[in-house]
Write a protein that binds this ligand. Structure first.
Ligand code: RTP
Length: 148
């Protein structure tokens, strides 16, 4: 079983998309292991996106992520890292398919409402960064209705 890091970015929060976005992941069957509504410090945003620090849009990206509160989410499930990326859709909303979160809820790459870890290795790093206090045990009986 894997766990991934999902973040509803400030635009998603301000546009009241927290509930519809969460609904998609939870209705699919992924299990909540962490959920926090929080402001993001500049240093946390810079660390999270450190791989992109040389990109020309890095400053604007950090300003965007710290522009308002985010919802930090840890989700557990079979193959959840790759599957969540599919549900989220392509980075640029102009390329993301209808039916995906970005395809349905956003227009511009610089306001693409949500983040999802792009590999199991990065998910582990991001979960340690955003949920340094650890994840919550969550073992609902209903799991037997999700997996065979
Ligand atoms: P994320 O990390 O947010 O889930 O996005 P991603 O893996 O799909 O895409 P990545 O290439 O890692 O880019 C991270 C975020 O940077 C912003 N971005 N802006 N202006 C631009 O050309 C540009 N390119 C990327 C987006 O917010 C993207 O999600």
């Amino acid at each position: 079983m894997e766990t991934t890091y999902i973040m509803i970015k400030p635009d998603g929060v301000q546009r009241n998309l927290v509930a519809p976005i969460l609904e998609r992941f939870l209705a699919k069957g992924y299990i909540l292991r962490g959920l926090k509504f929080m402001n993001v410090s500049k240093s946390l945003a810079e660390t999270h996106y450190s791989d992109l620090s040389a990109k020309p849009f890095f400053g604007a990206l950090v300003d965007y992520i710290i522009s308002g509160p985010v919802v930090a989410i840890a989700l557990e499930g079979k193959d959840v890292v790759a599957q969540a990326r599919k549900l989220i859709g392509a980075t640029n909303p102009l390329a993301s398919a209808p039916g995906t979160i970005r395809g349905d809820y956003s227009i511009e790459i610089g306001r693409n409402v949500i983040h999802g870890s792009d590999s199991v290795e990065n998910a582990t790093k991001e979960l340690a960064l955003w949920f340094s206090e650890g994840l919550v045990d969550n073992n609902p009986v209903l799991r037997s209705q999700i997996y065979e």
